[in-house]
Design a protein around this ligand. Sequence first.
Ligand SMILES: [Zn+2]
Ligand SMILES: [Zn+2]
Length: 534
Amino acid sequence: MTQPSTRAQRLAMPLARDVVRELAVEHGGCVRPVQLRRTDLHTGQAERVLVPCGHTLAAVCPSCAERKRTLRAAQCREGWHLDREPIVQADDPDDEQRMWVEKRAEVQQWRDSAEAAGGDTAEDDALIGDLDEEITRAGMRGKVLPERAARRHRSTRRRQDTPDLPRRKVAPRTIGKTYTSADGKTFRPSMFITLTCPSYGRVGADGTPANPDSYDYTRAARDALHFAALFDRFVQNVRRFLGYDVQYFAAVEPQRRLAPHIHIAIRGTLSRTELRQVLAATYHQVWWPPVDHVTHDDGNLPVWHEASGNYLDPATGELLPDWDDALDAIGDQDEPLHVARFGQRFDAQGVLSGSRDANRCIRYLTKYLTKHVADCHQAETGAQRAHMERLADALRFEPCSPTCANWLRYGVQPKNAREGLRPGCCKGKAHRPEHLGYAGRRVLVSRKWSGKTLADHRADRRDWLLATLGLVAADPVRYSWEPVAPGDPDHMPNAQRLLHVVADRQRWHAALTEARARASGQAAPELSATGRAA
Ligand SMILES: [Zn+2]
Ligand SMILES: [Zn+2]
């Protein structure tokens, strides 16, 4: 290449560092590797090891996000047409899970001693609430204590406008029916279903409302907030209707109009008529205090009273009702704050194991997983940006959960109230523009889908790799691991790590290509001196 002579020519040359990053991505290597020190406890020798960051968003790390997506696709494929009942065993708790449960035990003891001594337990109770959330977040099921007897019995009378659903007893099996064709072949069809939210007003092809003033943004916001709960109801109803423990792998995504919809792979089948029946009977009622009247706007926000740990009305100095009081005030004649339902439009198709349709559906189910909800459809026009902003506005003061700071705006103390809460500034994920009101998980997988966790699927992949390369897994008790801090003598800056990633991935690719060629009985491809496949 000739030497560039002008500034423009120099600027047109690629930046060396960008090339390294691009190569890392091209070879499927992590672009934000974490450096660990692995010490061999027999020899005392320390090694630098780079582990992938494991991020699920492509904007952060394209390679790790793609690996996670592939893993999800494998999980989806494996469970969809299972013909034997999966064996589900709980994993051993990891260190983080143990740590949270230990902390929880400690606080329970503080609380119980305080209570026995006639002291105040409010702070401990709040801490217990937080720890219970951490326990769930760390991937544990259920609660460490059984739920306390509810203080109120909400009316469970069915809504007049909802048809009753025939109910069967749910058998413990998870496998759908088989069908035998005339020539004796057996089929075990499964389903691919897409459910949407109802209409909030007519929208154009670009997803924006024909008439923004009449578009029901409040309803859209509430449906998005309670979408996960509605899906739960749907699954319960399908199980009762079909009479067995129906399993699913589902992905939540936004439509162009920014309302969530859900793609569901279901093991087993139901007809369109049956599905329509289940959908007509599926709803989720939100029994929360009313939010029709703003009692405390920005000019007269409730004030925190340190001594009692409560919020007071700034004008009268009286305590605001707390969360339980506010729930108790909901009478039998009152209406729920919101009733969420799926829209009339749905899509359903039968899918046979291993068919082209099955592969297409799996691609569909995992298509957007590496993107933030809001990034699935980028706002490109003024109308689309305005639509996005109006939805964000509707979500700003809508309570997202019982602990939401927005309750103060409607004269109710949120559950576990603490100092510094400010309506419109709730930290809940649902209010953030990139979540569009949906704060739940993007992938919802029932427990007996494949009988495996994502970690099991990852281990399967590793075992396959080791077997293909003819390697033996390292003995886990032989090594100690520790993170490498920026001040340490063996610390590598990210640019240097990336060079290692590129070199490692190249060597690894070459080894894999060779192993595959050997396995298929072909000659190994030529390797150059650097170990790079030609
Ligand atoms: Zn990464
Ligand atoms: Zn909130």
